[in-house]
Design a protein around this ligand. Sequence first.
Ligand SMILES: [Zn+2]
Length: 178
Amino acid sequence: MKESSTSGGAGRKQGAASPCAACKLLRRRCSQDCVFAPYFPADEPHKFASVHKVFGASNVNKMLQELPEHHRGDAVSSMVYEANARIRDPVYGCVGAISSLQQQIDVLQAQLAVSQAEVVHMRMRHFSSSPVNQSPENISPPSRHHQSRTPTRSLFGMDMVVDQTNMGMGESLWSSCN
Ligand SMILES: [Zn+2]
């Protein structure tokens, strides 16, 4: 077997004297080619304790054996994450986190759609109230005030969108400047 010369040498510097966290918990001898040793060091016993509790040591062993070595580190990280989530939340596990984030995405996408609709609405109102076809005496004081901002109109419009999204008071802000 070639792994004793590759993973055995690179992943374990403590040697057989100090068993990995997995072998220590399982009370077995940590062999030179122990599949757990590179990923479950003795100074992090909680990592193996979690995956052992949720997945079982033999399943973790099997899952790691089925993966190429360059994927095993990431697989262990995700298994530890999943196991800890399952221990924290026995009903939903990490699906609870995914679901919560999905709900946040839905809320933010709805807010974004509202904001985009408001941008369109504001542009249309601004366009229809622009002084292009108006004589100066028809311009009301707020419009004249607004007219002075015309060169920075688009920048001002962007600021309005940010205000609306964050504070939910865009309508009153917009009404006061129009
Ligand atoms: Zn071991």
